[in-house]
Design a binder for this molecule. Sequence first.
Ligand code: PEP
Length: 278
Amino acid sequence: MRTPIMAGNWKMNNTNCAAVELAKAVVEGSAGVKGCEIILAPPTTALSVVNEVTKDSPIAVSGQNMYWEESGAFTGEVSAQMLLSCGCEYVILGHSERRGRFGVIEEGFTEELQSVFGDNDATVAKKLKAAADAGLKPIVCCGELLSEREKGMTDAIVGDQVRAFLAGCTTEQLQATTIAYEPVWAIGTGEVCDADEANRVCGLIRGVVAEVAGQEIADAMRILYGGSVKPDNVEGLMALPDIDGGLVGGASLKADSFCALIAAAAKSAGGGCCCCGG
Ligand code: PEP
């Protein structure tokens, strides 16, 4: 039995005051919930203040990215040790907004402008190993573009991404890792992946993990779905056996909707609220 995760990726939203308010509301709104691991990933600037709010609760804090070196002349980057010093337990790696894999080009932005962060399979693999070695738990993202799905390439693209970032990992690094399947066309678009299809791809990912790392590690690894998860679609996703939770952007920016997702994930695992029985 894998404990589900509900992880909120706030992206580049919330100054410190707003971050503290939102974190407080999530702590309050999720109090008493059992059976779901809750993670907040605020922007780097707000990690410490959010950690101050969550540190006496079961909620964990996550970075949204990191660099693999410990320190040095890497202007603008943060290391695993720096994230740990802000109270982080997790770090999101290889999000499509950093890989430069965009399905939708926003008005006023060129594809080039949206790809400036340039993460790729090789850099994500280095980050995963550095994060796990430092004691962080990496949440590593993978997913296909709409054009790749339309060409029937989903399984090959996702399988290759997972093989690339897991290659050469030690047992300890693998055991620390969570994978998030995030079809790029579903992120921030309101177009959620069909639940059975999301479950199928998460199952495929579990198969690749088994191939690389063995069945025991694959059975224990949490595999999340991300892409327009909302209170009205979360139950259908969480009911399926290979989906172990959600990586959530938009719906994590409001405490009400994020707490509804947390409650649904807890319920799917037979948990719920110890106070109200919900
Ligand atoms: C994400 O940021 O990883 C994400 C899935 O965003 P959204 O929930 O807004 O689609």
